[in-house]
Design a protein around this ligand. Structure first.
Ligand code: FAD
Ligand code: FES
Length: 296
């Protein structure tokens, strides 16, 4: 059982919770995720590790209450317990293993979209902890959906907020903000790390390819069970088949087939779509994920 020690409403329907999970806190790294189960019969919900405190033994998760399970999760209060808190899962961010001196030489821009800001935060925090100053764009539809701005300002050298409707910060999407920084303000970057909705990551990659900036993306949004069992997160990267949850979630964004990923994740949502995928792709679904509705 895993006790909730903190609960904060970050923005409309978006919550942060700290959970007592000492073993996960001890071994996790930025980029990894956990699978949370509220009770015995609860759905398995994969969520990115947003922060951790190895000494306190707590892990922070951020989630948007959208479906029935996350809505139920939002009702949990401090002092209540999750039944399962499995992790850390997935590979740690590639930056963690890079030599610090090389990282210090690089000019890095993080691009966070919507709830995707949650997985960006621990990476930026890590960079600060090893003495690297990085820039960060936080993009959201409007002022109401911006999360972790103050926390990000503590760890990034510069934080640029962009809203689609101009209700706060720069008016425009994250791509408009990148163009503003690179083309109008004369900033230059060696690496972009973009995490957010698939459509956002696709368009960021199209732009950074034009600008000649290497880009890493995180394919968390297409995951379903997060264990390599369901086949939902199958993607093509540079012509090779990969599974986001076990081979990723981070990949070279210029090699990811985003159109296929978006089409597959739509098809995976319906029974007919899953049947069609099985017929086309063979046995990518091994069953037993308890998530996709498949019987086998
Ligand atoms: C790595 C990862 C981990 C996640 N972990 C969690 C989690 O722990 N908990 C959770 O609840 N959810 C999680 N998610 C789900 C989360 O991605 C949401 O599905 C997603 O962020 C949508 O948020 P939004 O609706 O606020 O996006 P929007 O507000 O619609 O968009 C966010 C930003 O993307 C920009 N954008 C959108 N379309 C384009 C475009 N075509 N070109 C350029 N920019 C564009 C917008 O301008 C805006 O700046 C995770 C997602 C990722 C990527
Ligand atoms: S989420 Fe990767 S196989 Fe299911």
């Amino acid at each position: 059982m895993y006790k909730i020690t903190k609960k904060v409403l970050l923005a409309s329907n978006i919550y942060l919770m700290d959970v007592e999970a000492p073993r996960v806190a001890k071994s996790c790294y930025p980029g990894q995720f956990v699978i949370v189960k509220m009770d015995e019969k609860g759905e398995r919900i994969p969520l990115t590790i947003c922060d951790y405190d190895r000494e306190e033994g707590t892990v922070s998760i951020v989630f948007q209450a959208v479906g029935p399970s996350t809505q139920m999760m939002a009702k949990y209060e401090v002092g209540e317990y999750f039944r399962d808190f499995t992790g850390p899962l997935g590979c740690k961010s590639e930056l963690i293993d890079e030599p610090v001196e090389e990282l210090k030489e690089k000019k890095i821009l993080f691009v966070a979209g919507g709830v995707g800001t949650a997985p960006v935060y621990p990476q930026v925090k890590w960079m600060k902890s090893i003495g690297c100053n990085v820039d960060c764009i936080i993009g959201a539809r409007s002022n109401d959906f911006i999360i972790l701005e103050d926390q990000m300002k503590e760890v990034a050298a510069n934080v640029y907020v962009a809203t689609d409707d101009g209700s706060y910060g720069f008016k425009g999407n994250v791509n408009d903000m990148i163009k503003e920084l690179v083309q109008n303000q004369g900033k230059s970057y060696d690496l972009v790390i973009a995490i957010g909705p698939i459509i956002m990551m696709k368009f960021v990659c199209l732009l950074t390819k034009e600008l000649g900036i290497k880009t890493v993306v995180s394919m968390n949004p297409i995951m379903v069970d997060g264990t390599g069992m369901c086949g939902a997160c199958r993607i093509t990267v540079g012509g090779q088949v990969k599974f986001a949850c076990v081979d990723g979630p981070e990949f070279d964004g210029h090699l990811v087939d985003f159109d296929e990923a978006m089409k597959r994740s739509q098809m995976y949502k319906t029974k007919e779509g899953r049947k069609e995928l099985r017929e086309k792709e063979g046995d990518t679904h091994h069953g037993g994920c308890g998530y996709c509705g498949s019987e086998e």
